[in-house]
Design a protein around this ligand. Sequence first.
Ligand code: ADP
Ligand code: MG
Ligand code: MG
Length: 885
Amino acid sequence: MTTYVHDFSDGDKDQKDLLGGKGANLAEMTNLGLPVPPGFTITTEACRAYLAAGHEPDGLADEVSAHLATLEAAMGRRLGDPADPLLVSVRSGAKFSMPGMMETVLNIGLNDESVVGLAAQSDDERFATDSYRRLLQMFGSTVLGIESEVFAEAHDALKKERGTVEDLDLGVDDLRALVATYKKAILEHAGREFPQDPREQMDLAVRAVFDSWNTDRAVLYRRQEQIPEDLGTAVNIQAMVFGNRGMSSGSGVCFTRDPASGAQGVYGDYLQNAQGEDVVAGIRNTVSLADLADLDRTSHDELLAIMATLEKHYRDMCDIEFTIERGKLWMLQTRVGKRTPEAAFRIAVHMVDEGLIDLDEALRRVSGAQLAQLMFPRFDPGAERTLLATGMNASPGAAVGKAVFDWGTAVEWAERGEDVILVRKETSPDDLHGMVVAKGILTSRGGKTSHAAVVARGMGRTCVCGAEALDVDTKEGRFTVRGGKTVHEGDLISIDGSTGEIFDGAVPVVDSHVVRYFEGDDVDDPVVSAVTRLVEHADSTRRLRVRTNADTAPDAARARRFGAQGIGLCRTEHMFLGDRRQLVEDLIVADDDAGQEAALQALLPLQRADFTEILEAMDGLPVTIRLIDPPLHEFLPDLTELSVAMAVADVRGHRKKRQRKLLEAVTRLHEQNPMLGLRGVRLGIVIPGLFTMQARAILEATAARVRAGGAPQPEIMIPLVASVRELDLVRHRIADVARDVAEETGIDLAFKVGTMIELPRAALTAGQIAGSAEFFSFGTNDLTQMTWGFSRDDVEASFFGTYLEQGVFPVSPFESLDTEGVGSLVRTAVRLGREARPDLHLGVCGEHGGDPASIHFFDEVGLDYVSCSPFRVPVARLEAGRSAV
Ligand code: ADP
Ligand code: MG
Ligand code: MG
């Protein structure tokens, strides 16, 4: 028979699946001999059975009765006994803590009779009545589903009547009146009396916890955080201890280290004469742990000793909830505490130095996402700031600008050089122009998968979304913070996409210390030294190498400072822009071979100079250069604009020959789906001179570098290959060029020729292709587009928000590799390629090369390196190391 209920003494911290996080840790603390009020846990299995069947599973009620009887015996009291009641709390606790699920109901067991018993036993009628009104309030809102405002408003109204804002100023008569009001409110709003039967109170509370697994908010949260739907929650039933029994009692939360800075030393808040959530609710000012020492030395010292025990035991920073009842300390919860990225790095290395964990474990405890956070510019922590409100931290960064409320104004103001923050209730594809030019985006509605959030992350734009305290009036061009200030169009605001905070005015922004350190500045910062230590440890453990995507010598040099071990993708198309566009036009409109050849000859020295610089910046390290990839018309004027210009010229009667030819070319090259058109290797085959010119430029640059005493390692990469025949056509021409250059320069040229794998056909025929390629580089951006059949430039703004909300994928496949689909093509190509050519060198150069989850996948399938933007290089180094430990 299944056991649905476990006593706290029967379990441990590793049973989170069965007992939930709270239950598992209560069991752990109980077995450590810490002062935990006794109780028992109803398992997640019971919850799953309940949710599947729609009623409590057979046997659950009996098991609960048996455990309750044991608890009553231990406490020497019966639940809700009119003379001397045992009271319990019913506490939810899933494997992962989840906002949106039912919280906790305290003081279960009180009713019209037992409240009298409690008053008599404690000799404190105010305390008993206060406990009862709390029960009615929590039970009414969480179990019976009544808006909590109903209770809060009645409470506030009474305090106002008494001319106070302090809960503690209400006397016993006031509280008795409040109890009556609450009971009336329950009857009115829930259509039933508050249940007087203690066991019924308990059973209803348990059922409400089970049901809360499926509230909309909980479902949404699980989808966002990728928590499985079918875990269910556990329920903890625990004997009450009372922090609201006068000034020698109280309730608090504490951390074994500072969760914000990571500094060593305890940190916490305590509130006298308070119960449960009072501490975090901010109703009264809390005091620090140091002050607790003055109030109650014994409890304080015992608490500190327990904190040390817990930290040693968990070998991590712990977050603790405790209560003191008349000088006696009780532990009510602990867990490994959440922390800021700064704190994560500092705590991890401190713990290594304290001998609690080793460096591998420290590496597991930090993440690339946290390091990325530390590399964004941030608001100067020392600067003064006025917090307006807090929303969701949708896309990191620190943005300052003037508030604007429509995309038109955003564009207009940005064009005249102003920094703007686009503020909307929520964004739609119409707002895109405004989002592109804005420094940041702020919305009052929508979660982390809302349109604003998805698009902002895609563009790397700072975004705070779902700031519900803001009343945004786009028509009037202003927003009002609930109960606070109004910000008008043109007023300066600052938003922090890493914390979700919204500040009044312009908060000064400072560069990230971590970035300054990598750039070579002298920075004395404990966070930076922690980061360096762990990144260096990652370097010593990782198998995967990290290269960078860089198109210019300065970018290459910077990436090298950030630790790049070569270039995985050097795009050559930008080398055809600016002044050089003219030469490309010449090439395209050339009437004959001679004209084409002349245009190519003009481009050659320019390209050679580009490559020489880049090979110099990456001297001694491999540099993968991709031959020209985009459709040619991207280098030509826009068809409509050109047609208009021609029409005007016509009217004036001087239509130029060159313009006519240009128009012809533009018309000829115009494509419905340029992404699927004449680009990549197809261009190289149709206009062979283009690729051979580029190959010559690369090889002449190589020769020049060798002559200068350098050690260039060029790798020529052919884009968009689908068939080995395409690759062969191009490869033979490159070999001819190489022979010529070697002859002309008298230098023995070492280089490689390989291809991108970015079309499904290439992945599926990788065995054949590997016969002609010395390396593969997975172009996972195109491979994702081509596999899913959607265009990245279009879909992220149009329907990705909906797709994420509807759970088609948990995260954009352009952000994190779709390991099932696209990843399966990668696996296939790796296998076929290595079978055909065991020493085939493999890498990835798509956006995914810098994404933590994808990096672990690439390591697992056996790629040799990932390549990412210069700023992501440290993140990739760290994640590649984490993947190896
Ligand atoms: P949450 O998951 O929201 O933190 P908890 O179940 O931890 O909810 O309950 C919130 C607070 O209620 C606790 O921090 C504690 O102060 C109080 N509480 C819960 N159970 C008891 C109890 N048995 N005795 C006294 N206080 C309790
Ligand atoms: Mg808690
Ligand atoms: Mg591509």
